[in-house]
Write a protein that binds this ligand. Structure first.
Ligand code: UGA
Length: 433
């Protein structure tokens, strides 16, 4: 099949490389010439395990090309998948301008019977709007569909190759058949639904997972009041098959480019349809308040931040990515600096300067090249992200012999007793010491 992806951001590039690996002829289209020229040279502008290798392989096999030209990308395409960004508008709703712009640009070049499918996360109703935009520009017969994405950063290639399910939202039988055939090699359950259900399924999945994380964070707060340990709670209730032990380690709240945005969008959508007083508005608020609240608590325990040297371990929003969008580090470091702390940060992949496009870091913030360098002489070590390099590091070797050193384990990844035996003052989440 000839498949074109519009938008070569995270989802577009990963999906293009994976769909090409099934023997499809895939074209990745983007209006950003710099992005396309680096992709043509097999350079991916972000870190994602296994992606560059797969991309290079598929380009060399002749299955995958990139272009900035709509005519080249669309005229032979059987399926066109829109995977452009949908940033949040100031009122929290999804800003669909890139989705609509790509619909306008692709319309004049469509071949008869082509399917235009939306992969970007968009509210119900968007597909009808896209259909109208295209119909205004062409008399060619085409179909539409919704194919939401469920991959996670850091394991995106594996998630796309082995998804838990594929959701296809469409009306026409012909469209279901063609898209089912396209997704057959994934060997995953295929859920065929109306487009509105597909779009709601995407928001529901992310909002549910975000709610689960917020729920356990709230339980963690209560545990701190009474001597319970939130890790024990997860273990104890997780044996109930309806609940499970997975995907709810407590911490600093959810971050990244998806959950914060998608929950806010669902909240804004709820308000727009007069469902004002529902869960999603509250979830966002609780998540946003989480870091300031925890920092106030830690500040009291360590006796204030002023003049403290603080090692921040983990700048990315989670392990195995260099993505710092809505990462805890981006909220914590400015607060600590404003309170007079000195920061030495470390991340295996993410760069503070790179993310904020800075020439220099602020006077009181340096980024170290190793964990050892970051923690040397630190008054407080804050382990923010569970990168294996951080969680497997032997901190006994770096303990300052004379200094009181606090260890804030913001993901509950360490054994409190081990660190206490090594003479660290341990602080975790959802437990009293
Ligand atoms: C998320 C979803 O998991 C994907 O299914 C979805 O396709 C994607 O958003 C998207 O909409 O594009 P992602 O943002 O890459 O994927 O990352 P997750 O691994 O789900 O983590 C999200 C946030 O929740 C991170 O800040 C993580 O640290 C936090 N988290 C996760 C917790 O605090 N506790 C947990 O138990 C799990």
């Amino acid at each position: 099949m000839n498949v074109t992806f519009i938008g070569t951001g995270f989802v577009g590039v990963v999906s293009a490389a994976v769909y090409a690996s099934f023997g499809n002829q895939v074209i990745g289209l983007d209006v950003d010439e710099n992005k396309i020229s680096s992709l043509k040279n097999s350079k991916v502008p972000f870190f994602e395990p296994g992606l560059e290798e797969l991309l290079t392989q598929q380009q060399q096999a002749g299955n995958l090309t990139f272009t900035t030209d709509y005519k080249t990308a669309i005229r032979n395409a059987d399926v066109i998948i829109i995977a452009v960004g949908t940033p949040s508008a100031p009122d929290g709703q999804a800003d669909l301008k890139y989705v609509f712009a790509s619909a306008e640009s692709l319309a004049p070049h469509l071949k008869t019977g082509a399917i235009v499918a939306i992969k970007s996360t968009v509210p119900p109703g968007t597909l009808n709007k896209v259909e109208k935009i295209i119909k205004n520009k062409t008399k060619t017969k085409f179909f539409t569909a919704s194919v939401p994405e469920f991959l996670k950063e850091g394991s995106a290639v594996q998630d796309t190759l082995k998804p838990d399910r594929v959701v296809i939202g469409a009306i026409d039988q012909e469209v279901f058949e063609k898209l089912e055939k396209l997704h057959q090699p994934l060997n995953a359950p295929i859920v065929k639904v109306r487009p509105e259900s597909a779009q709601m399924a995407k928001y529901s999945a992310n909002a549910y997972l975000a709610t689960r994380i917020t729920f356990i964070n709230q339980i963690a707060d209560l545990c701190e009041k009474n001597g319970a340990d939130v890790n024990d709670i997860v273990k104890a209730i997780g044996f109930d098959k309806r609940i499970g032990q997975h995907y709810w380690y407590p911490g600093l709240g959810y971050g990244g480019s998806c959950f914060p945005k998608d929950v806010k969008e669902l909240a804004a959508y709820s308000r727009a349809v007069n469902e004002n007083d529902n869960l999603f508005n509250k979830i966002s608020e609780l998540n946003e308040n989480r870091i300031p609240k925890l920092l106030r608590k830690f500040e009291k325990e360590v006796g204030g931040w002023e003049n403290k040297q603080i090692a921040i371990l983990g700048l990315a929003f989670k392990p195995n990515t260099d993505d710092m969008r809505e990462a805890p580090s981006t909220k914590i470091i400015p607060i600590l600096l404003s309170k007079g702390a000195k920061i030495i940060s470390y991340d295996p992949m993410a760069s503070w300067k790179g993310f904020f496009r800075l020439d220099n870091l602020e006077e009181n913030h340096q980024q170290a090249g190793t964990i050892k360098e970051a923690v040397k002489n630190a008054d407080v070590i804050m382990s923010l992200i569970e990168w294996p390099e951080i969680t497997q590091f032997d901190f006994s070797k770096t303990k300052h012999p004379d200094k009181i050193q606090w260890f804030i384990d913001a993901r509950n990844q360490f054994h409190p007793q081990t660190l206490q035996q090594q003479k660290y003052q341990y602080l975790g989440i959802g437990k009293t010491n």
